[in-house]
Design a binder for this molecule. Structure first.
Ligand code: GLU
Length: 478
């Protein structure tokens, strides 16, 4: 067999769906583990579905995640596009002439024909079939037209009148379908552009694609593709149709139940390695129970044969779990750099301190922004909040005064969680107080919140001056 070559062939209709990203990832993994190459091809022949900026968004998302392709369009920082590879152009909109040539070849070998039926006739036909409860299908009126007509026409595939299309899908096994169920598919539309079916097959062949790995929604189109390969006399690639992605309630993964755009997760500060790891497991499972895989490891261990047929559930909580695992692996310095865009005004040192306090408490980096507002501005809080539920106002005031007095003695250079904790602890013991009498008001005084990290952690980030200022304020409001 020739060298493995796979492709990701999205239609730029908006954003990169998580399912699309999984397709891209599996194609990448399979190509790389076989020492092959991976192609990005833009299927943009349906001008009516074209969305401005969609190609740029797609490329930038794949680049941010760190999935590299060997051939196809590439974008520089200013989004100037260049193409790399021997088999371009990689935008189908630039290949219309090629598809027309190949469609003509099929007509010449009696595998396709010109159809001049009007939209009205086809509509009439459809209505008649509907009334008879028949599936919609072209009736073959133009099947013998091999002369290029003057005026408007389409080119249709001449599906054989008897027999079966049989093929083997790597994931689903043998699939058989009677040709009677296949319509004489339009290959070239009246605007001269190809349909998906023709363009897809011609390109997969001309680009030397050996394995077509794509979503299950394309399975019904595959028999048409097989007829095209046969019509041209070309070898078939290996087909593998990936299981659907589902919401938790087992409906098809949709926007209504949460984010489905890969870029939304990146924008929220999910780490690319977490997205890759989780998405790799949507339909594929290793032999054992391991769950954490980096991209390189996935290249080694991914196995197309172990991809399941049943739909795979996309569960954002599981993605959160992976993201937390990867957040834990990062140093505070690395996280501070990544968190910068969510807290643009904080300096590097402050960011590192915030990240240290928050990293175990967040699912994704954007949460840091909301969670850490109190580091920058003390929120307004009600004075009652300062009093622990098992304490009283008087004790709280006494406590706050002691806190101020004792912490004031700690040198700036020693203003660290460890020392702060010791002082507060000693205060509890030495003054016959309860933990809640001291730690609760200390925490509320510096955070202004009912729930927050511990007072020592917050104070370390705030530094001595700001911490004492906030405690003083608490004393004055109570
Ligand atoms: N352009 C199709 C899509 O948007 C590609 C399907 C295929 O991979 O053949 O998903």
């Amino acid at each position: 067999m020739s060298r493995v070559k796979t492709r990701f062939a999205p239609s730029p209709t908006g954003y990169l769906h998580i399912g699309g990203f999984r397709t891209a990832l599996y194609n990448y993994l399979f190509a790389k583990q076989n020492g092959g190459s991976f192609v990005l091809r833009i299927e943009d022949t349906d001008q009516t579905r074209e969305v401005k900026g969609a190609v740029e968004a797609l490329i930038s998302t794949l680049q941010k995640i760190g999935l590299n392709w060997d051939e196809g369009p590439f974008a520089d920082k200013t989004f100037k596009m260049t193409e790399k590879g021997q088999n371009g152009p990689y935008f189908q909109s630039k290949r219309a002439k090629i598809y027309r040539e190949y469609a003509q070849k099929l007509v010449s070998s009696n595998k396709a024909y010109f159809c001049t039926c009007s939209a009205e006739r086809l509509e009439q036909l459809r209505k008649e079939q509907e009334a008879k409860k028949l599936p919609p299908k072209y009736d073959g009126l133009c099947r013998e037209n091999t002369q290029k007509p003057i005026g408007k026409f389409v080119i249709r595939l001449k599906v054989p009148t008897s027999g079966e299309v049989v093929f083997n899908d790597s994931i689903r096994g043998e699939i058989k379908i009677s040709v009677n169920e296949i319509d004489d598919q339009v290959l070239i539309k009246s605007d001269g552009f190809p349909t998906y079916h023709l363009a897809n097959v011609v390109d997969d062949h001309l680009m030397g694609i050996t394995h077509v790995i794509r979503g299950e929604e394309w399975l019904p189109s595959t028999p048409k593709h097989i007829l095209l390969y046969q019509g041209f006399g070309w070898n078939l690639p290996v087909f593998a149709h990936l299981p659907l992605l589902l919401n938790k309630d087992r409906s098809k993964l949709s926007k209504r139940q949460g984010d489905v755009a890969t870029e939304d997760y990146l924008n929220k500060g999910y780490l690319p390695e977490a997205i890759i790891n989780y998405v790799a497991l949507l339909g594929w499972h290793p032999k054992d129970d391991r769950e954490l895989f980096g991209l390189k490891q996935l290249v080694k261990e991914f196995d197309l044969k172990r991809v399941q047929k049943a739909g795979a559930i996309f569960d954002v909580e599981k993605l959160n779990w992976f993201n937390c695992e990867y957040l834990k692996k990062k140093s505070n310095k690395e996280l501070a750099i990544l968190a910068k865009r969510f807290l643009p005004r904080a300096d590097e040192a402050t960011l590192q301190k915030i990240v240290k306090v928050e990293k175990e408490r967040i699912n994704y980096l954007e949460e840091i922004c909301e969670r850490s507002q109190y580091f920058f501005n003390l929120p307004n809080y009600k004075q009652e909040l300062l009093v622990f539920k098992k304490s009283d106002k008087e004790t709280t005031l006494k406590s706050l005064k002691l806190i101020l007095e004792n912490l004031n003695k700690l040198r700036e250079g020693k203003w660290k969680v460890k020392h702060l904790h010791k002082i507060l602890e000693q205060m509890v013991k030495g003054n016959n107080l309860a933990n809640g009498d001291v730690f609760w008001p200390a925490r509320v005084a510096v955070s202004g919140l009912a729930k927050s990290p511990s007072p020592e952690e917050i104070m370390e980030v705030l530094g001595k001056t700001e911490s004492l200022k906030r405690i003083q304020k608490a004393i004055s409001v109570i």
